[in-house]
Ligand binder design. Structure first.
Ligand code: AMP
Ligand code: GLY
Length: 437
């Protein structure tokens, strides 16, 4: 039965979670991960491979030589660079959109125009390549035009949520005049400031059918109480109660399905995961951004709740048979993930600090520890290797129990200068409290 060989592209916590879930599949014999990581290699059936994932002809040859049945692309950069377009002509099946599909994340100006064209609810905006014109607009816009974004991919940076017009104009100078984000900031988008709770709704799609995942919430700020600078994400939980079942149904129809249909109308068959980053405003959910891939750290908690076989779901997306599959999620449990980051993150990161307490945390029932930035030190010990180092995830019968277990697991893992939040899911708890739950 277990015959399939898959290659996962990437090496962070998200890819660790994908490999962890794929390793459960009775249909999967071997998982390769490039570049992978120490933690990924320790997963059953998984081998990290050192191949150049930017050399597409070499990657195609490697995949053919190893009889790879499915390539699964984790991060946005290879998708935006056309990895799927390069491998598909060699007869290699890929889970992830083509370069044209990845535009929905990689080109914010295009994405916002696309949303307007297909009536997908999003903040009002204007795009600019000229700094004076952008500043004039900020100073005279009929709405609080305070969010300034570099249009291209800027590794999760390049978005300034300004508190006043001066700050917004300063961001225009940084992005357009000083080229702080290089080519990614040659065009910028100035957007209406939206208020509300942020929720991530991801969906599997084969380009026709959309199967949504339970809603999750990321925690972007470094500090407890959502304070301090933005990061790549300091923790996540799922399911998130800050979006109602009716709103979720609207997001499926009026955001995700509309986007997949819109892409099809534009000549793009979108296969893979489409991620809607939403603001739940007083007038309903509005799209802040689309991502063309799984989120990190949302994936770590989502995979802990996915009941269906991940390989079967991905294969149905690639084969165009998602309409024949019921993707099921564990609705009795909740999952919470707490990121453990290194000293100085997000401005800087520290490498080489010895990590302790990992095996004890990992052997706690209900807890899984995913590796984001970990390497092996000279004496064989595990050491920090980047900004976000680990994510301690826990699954339990209630959100509160899962949060307590994940936070306790994060507490038990140690290295000099570690940072982690002790309040993951706090917005859910405030909401539950206000509802008397
Ligand atoms: P993006 O990469 O476009 O999702 O932006 C990154 C972050 O900036 C989001 O997760 C929000 O926290 C914030 N943000 C983006 N757009 C807006 C907006 N229009 N109003 C308020 N906050 C925003
Ligand atoms: N969790 C945010 C992202 O993956 O972009």
């Amino acid at each position: 039965m277990a015959e399939a060989k898959v290659l996962v592209i990437g090496g962070g916590g998200r890819e660790h979670a994908l490999c962890w879930k794929l390793s459960d599949s009775p249909f999967v014999k071997q998982i390769y991960c490039a570049p992978g990581s120490v933690g990924i290699s320790a997963t059953n059936k998984v081998e990290s491979v050192d191949i150049d994932i930017k050399d597409y002809p070499a990657l195609a040859k490697w995949s053919k030589d190893h009889s790879i049945d499915l390539v699964i692309v984790g991060p946005e950069d290879p998708l935006a660079n056309g990895i799927v377009d390069a491998l598909t002509p060699h007869g290699i099946k890929c889970f992830g959109p083509t370069k044209a599909g990845a535009e929905i994340e990689a080109n914010k100006e295009w994405s916002k125009k696309f949303m307007n064209k297909y009536q997908i609810p999003t903040a009002r905006f204007q795009s600019f390549t000229n700094a004076d014109a952008a500043k004039e607009f900020i100073n005279s816009a009929p709405y609080p035009a305070l969010v300034v974004k570099a249009s291209g991919l800027a590794a999760g940076k390049g978005v300034v949520v300004a508190s006043n017009k001066e700050e917004a104009c300063h961001a225009v100078d940084e992005i357009l005049t000083d080229a702080k984000y290089g080519a990614a900031g040659q065009t910028l988008v100035v957007e209406e400031l939206l208020e509300g709770d942020e929720v991530s709704v991801l969906a599997f799609t084969d380009g026709e059918t959309v199967s949504i995942m339970p809603p999750a919430q990321d925690h972007k700020r470094i500090g407890d109480g959502d304070t301090g600078p933005n990061t790549g994400g300091m923790g996540a939980y799922c399911p998130c109660p800050l979006i109602t079942p009716d709103q979720l149904a609207d997001v499926k129809d009026q955001v995700l399905k509309r986007a997949v249909d819109g892409l099809k109308a534009e000549g793009v068959k979108y296969v893979g995961v489409l991620y809607a980053g939403l603001m739940i405003t007083k007038s309903g959910p509005m799209v802040l951004e689309f991502n063309c891939r799984f989120g990190d750290p949302e994936t770590q908690v989502l995979m802990m709740l996915l009941e269906s076989d991940l390989y079967t779901v991905m294969k149905a997306c690639v084969d165009g048979t998602l309409n024949q599959l019921q993707v099921t999620w564990n609705t009795r449990l909740s999952a919470v993930g707490v990121v453990i980051a290194s000293k100085g993150y997000p401005e800087t990161s520290t490498k080489g600090c010895v990590i302790s307490g990992l095996s004890q945390a990992s052997s706690t029932p209900g807890v899984v520890v995913f590796h984001s930035g970990v390497s092996r030190g000279a004496n064989g010990s595990l050491v920090t290797w980047g900004g976000r180092v680990l994510l301690a995830a826990a699954r339990a019968g209630s959100l509160r129990a899962a949060a307590a277990a994940a936070t306790a697991a994060a507490e038990g893992i140690d290295f000099p200068g570690k940072q982690y939040r002790k309040d993951i899911a706090h917005r859910a708890f405030s909401n539950m409290q206000s509802l008397g739950q």
